[in-house]
Ligand binder design. Structure first.
Ligand code: SF4
Length: 399
């Protein structure tokens, strides 16, 4: 039996698909070749923007046309289940954990044995979902409605999963969550404690998913600075560099507070990559506020920024505000992306002439700062001497 996976959206979805993939492969499914009709197609959907909705819808339709068993999972199902017809299994975010059992049941298969597939798949990076849901209710965001309130995965389960993945040969453990910074708030623990416990299992590297600036404190940085293999890559969600827009977005910090956290990080990790997301064209963003974001990007010197044009989500507070002209959003996004690229180049140039540690995955890999490295031949050792920064799809370091 063959299976194909279509995964849209965030790293949490990627991790959930990975878990499901392993279960299904262990139960006897094999991955379908690109041109082959699959017996089972799993579409793990996303609903974070209109574009994600459209992609989710198209992926489900394409899967249906293949004629096999179609399982649609996740956020798009939660919010638009009534629009989905003709699929064999529909599981919203709340119940997608049942996917493996339900699929095996439909195919009259029994549960997979817990044997390792490590030899079959070369492995480097594994995403471990430690938290789901969010209580922040940013005014533009549908996630708290789609994924529910913030809840942490049981610590034991996380540590068991990490230990399994390390035993399977994974070298880098990425802890992810919809609102990772709130890990432990419901269980009397904290992300700091979790990182320490994960590090006791000795993965080669530990990386964190998206964080909120509030989690950055001296104690937090002191803890992670002692963790062997901790990647000095901090994805600190920003969304806007304008104090007014942040307030309208119901984000609970000012640009100055954010900047202070960046300084704190750089005092401990001078080469840290600070990356972020910025929404351009929020309804209350005028030219003045947009330029504040541009200035802020320059001031911080981000290593990378995902620039999103604001997309109205029905059911959110911001959806009641009049939308900006799409052309304005488009132009602002392009202007900001140009600035971001220059900043990224400046950030990467600091590595020229230096040795960087790389986790190789073929003819390249990633440094702890998530800088992409390209080499003609992957050396056996994990370091390369950087000679230049090259433009490919994005910017890469070249040995
Ligand atoms: S913190 Fe804000 S943007 Fe992030 S998931 Fe929660 S509500 Fe959405």
């Amino acid at each position: 039996m063959t299976v194909r996976f279509v995964t849209l959206g965030c790293k949490v979805n990627a991790e959930e698909t990975q878990q499901l993939r392993e279960g299904l492969l262990q139960a006897g499914f094999v991955p379908a070749l690109p041109e082959e009709k699959a017996d089972l197609i799993v579409v793990n959907t996303c609903s974070v923007t209109h574009l994600s909705d459209a992609k989710s819808r198209r992926s489900i339709e394409a899967a249906k046309r293949e004629g096999g068993f179609v399982a649609a999972l996740g956020c798009y199902v939660t919010l638009h289940e009534e629009k989905i017809e003709g699929v064999d299994l529909c599981l919203d975010s709340e119940s997608k954990g049942e996917a493996l059992g339900r699929i095996l049941e439909a195919f009259s298969l029994s549960s997979p044995e817990q044997e390792s597939q490590a030899q079959m798949h070369p492995r480097t990076r594994t995403y471990i979902k430690v938290q789901d849901g969010c209580d922040s209710y940013c005014s533009y965001c549908i996630i708290p409605y789609a994924r529910g309130c913030a809840r942490s995965m049981p610590e034991e389960e996380i540590l068991r999963m990490v230990a399994t993945r390390i035993a399977e040969g994974f070298k880098e453990v990425v802890l992810t969550g919809i609102h990772l910074s709130s890990y432990g708030k419901d269980t009397g623990s904290s992300l700091r404690e979790l990182i320490t416990k994960v590090s006791e299992l000795s993965p080669e590297r530990i990386r964190l998913g998206s964080l909120e600036q509030g989690i950055i404190t001296e104690e937090f940085l002191e803890t992670v600075s002692k963790v062997p293999g901790f990647c000095d890559h901090f994805h600190l969600s920003l969304q806007s560099g304008s104090e007014k827009v942040l307030k309208d977005m119901n984000r609970k910090y000012t640009p100055e507070e954010y900047e202070e956290k960046v300084h704190l990080i750089r005092r401990v990790f001078p080469d840290a990559a600070i990356t972020t997301d910025i929404i351009v064209g929020f309804p209350t963003e005028g030219e003045k506020e947009f330029l504040e974001s541009v200035d802020f990007v320059r001031r911080i010197g981000f290593a990378s920024v995902h620039v999103f044009a604001y997309s109205r989500r029905e059911g959110t507070v911001a959806a009641k505000l009049p939308d900006l002209d799409p052309q304005v959003k488009k132009k602002r996004s392009a202007r900001l992306r140009q600035v971001v690229q220059k900043e990224q180049e400046k950030y990467l140039e600091r590595f020229i002439g230096r040795e960087v540690q790389v986790l190789f995955e073929d003819h390249g890999g990633l440094t702890p700062q998530y800088a992409r490295v390209e080499v003609a031949f992957a050396p056996s050792s994990g370091t390369i001497q950087v000679r230049k920064v090259l433009r490919r799809d994005g910017l890469v370091l070249r040995a």
